[in-house]
Write a protein that binds this ligand. Structure first.
Ligand code: NAP
Ligand code: MG
Length: 479
């Protein structure tokens, strides 16, 4: 007899997106052929080749920087803040209007579940443009002056392709800078659709330039002598290389790097909510989140109960087709990232931690990793120290708040942390002692354009979002 509760998928149609067979570079307001090679971008859920994309050469990057310089000098830096705001508001509204198209394309190229691209990424992208549009004519109240830097070179990763683009482009443009942005090699398509949106918004040519490519293209942007500012989000290793490359130049730099956040659960926490927060903390976006709560610190007295409830909850997570509206966990972004996750997880087992994975069926094509939790983890284990950047949680226990703080801060990173407790006073004292740029209390992974985001230590420097996010794109009060 067939089960009436048999699973019925609810796939979002991809008919709304029009993926072209090949894409050029967006320079000076036009799509142009690159002078270099091309590369393929694929759908990580199926391994289907989606399109060929131009790989920007040094000469292409130079052309993009020249276009950005011209637009800066002749148009954008001369325009009033109120005029610039009109363009940013227009872009924000078009993003909302084309939200479904952007969400579907993001899920196809990146592998993230449609419910996340639709309900988180794209709305927050639009919110970012609205928010910074509001600053464009009020910069004299920013506390950082109102003089732009010039041409910003911006390099972003693949985990939140359009959201990272928004975090970079919206404040830069609001402050009067022009930009040359490079999306990640595995997720260029929404940045190229954003380029079309710039055309649709009649943004003056050269204000935004999108150069696709890999690490070499990024290096060409960083080392270009006419780039005034480098804004980078990505791994700590590449961040360090960039810091070295710009040392001794006049370039201003902001770096948003990795993390290894502690999500701390006290025994008085509302456990049902905490379980949801743990799940959201590490399995949101397949764990491809710099601020993911990848280290669960749970108070010893409730550790068994938390683990039991967590496993029960993890067993209900739906892993699979990113375009299915019911999917909770999508595809791992690339074969390379999947290999890294597998390697570190195998090391975790070899080091003696106990591994448990949710019993889910994984699709046969594409890149997948079942939601996984390690218990019996010690602070010296590599799975407790290194960023896995995948759906893998390491669990440690503690007895006292001081022990929790000590363990939470025992990391080279300092991007974010979570605290789960019923006591407001404990939240405040924990937040004061945690060396992390963002501390969430009784929630996790909440993003808002008004709130600054950024790290301590090896998580980088500079802040994105909020009034603080303007600082990286202005010359300061004295100039
Ligand atoms: P990645 O390898 O550092 O790449 C980031 C970007 O830099 C990509 O566009 C990459 O190009 C480019 N790139 C690579 N080598 C370069 C070089 N030598 N010079 C200039 N650019 C270069 O990092 P990822 O693997 O894409 O992203 C994952 C990392 O980003 C994680 O560590 C995560 O924590 C971090 N992250 C941090 C934040 C934050 O806000 N703090 C947010 C998201 C992610 P290709 O991709 O084409 O190689
Ligand atoms: Mg892709």
């Amino acid at each position: 007899m067939s089960n009436i509760f048999e699973y019925a998928p609810a796939p979002e149609s991809r008919a709304i997106v029009d993926i072209k067979p090949s894409y050029g570079l967006f320079i000076d307001g036009e799509f142009v052929d690159g002078t270099g090679k091309a590369f393929k971008t694929i759908n990580p859920a199926t391994e289907e080749v989606l399109a060929e994309v131009a790989e920007a050469s040094d000469a292409d990057v130079d052309a993009a920087v020249k276009a950005a310089r011209r637009a800066y000098t002749r148009v954008w830096s001369r325009m009033s803040g109120a005029e610039r705001a009109k363009y940013l508001y227009r872009i924000a509204r078009i993003i909302q209007e084309r939200g479904r198209e952007l969400a579907v394309l993001e899920s196809i190229d990146n592998g993230k579940p449609i419910k996340e691209s639709r309900d988180v990424d794209i709305p927050v992208v639009a919110a970012h443009f609205f928010y910074y549009a509001g600053w464009a004519d009020k910069l004299e109240h920013s506390g950082y002056g109102s003089t732009p830097l010039g041409v910003a070179g911006q390099i972003i990763p693949w985990n939140f392709p359009l959201l990272m683009l928004a975090w970079k482009i919206a404040p830069a443009l609001a402050c009067g800078n022009t930009v040359v942005l490079k999306p990640a090699e595995t997720t260029p398509l929404t940045a190229l659709l954003f380029a079309e949106i710039c055309q649709q918004a009649d943004l003056p040519p050269g204000v935004v330039n999108i150069v696709t490519g890999a690490g070499e293209t990024g290096r060409a942007i960083v080392s270009h002598p006419d780039v005034d500012k480098v804004a980078f989000t990505g791994s700590t290793d590449v961040g360090k290389a960039i810091a070295r490359a710009v040392a001794g130049t006049d370039k201003k730099v902001t770096l948003e790097l990795g993390g290894k956040a502690a999500n701390i659960v006290f025994d008085d926490a509302p456990l049902d909510q905490a379980i949801e927060g743990i799940v959201n903390g590490i399995f949101f976006n397949q764990g491809h989140v710099c601020c993911a709560g990848s280290r669960l610190l749970v108070q010893e007295s409730v550790a068994d109960e938390v683990m039991e409830r967590l496993k029960r909850r993890m067993a209900t997570l739906r892993v699979g087709d990113p375009l299915d509206k019911n999917t909770d966990v999508g595809a791992i972004n690339s074969a390379e990232q999947l290999a890294k996750i597998r390697e570190l997880s195998d090391i975790g087992e070899a080091e003696g931690a106990e591994r448990w994975s949710a019993p889910c069926e994984l699709p046969s094509n594409g890149y997948w990793f079942a939601p996984t939790v390690f218990t019996g983890v010690s602070q010296a284990h590599r799975i407790a120290r290194e960023e896995i950047f995948g759906p893998v949680l390491s669990v440690l226990t503690f007895r006292t708040p001081s022990e929790a703080i000590e363990k939470a801060n025992n990391t080279p990173f300092g991007l974010s942390a979570g605290v789960w407790t019923d006591k407001g006073s404990r939240i405040l004292s924990m937040a004061n002692r945690l060396r992390a740029g963002v501390v969430w209390a009784n929630t996790f992974n909440k993003f808002d354009p008004t709130s600054p985001f950024g790290g301590y230590k090896e998580s980088g420097y500079g802040r994105e979002g909020g009034r603080h996010g303007l600082e990286g794109y202005l010359k300061g009060e004295d100039s």
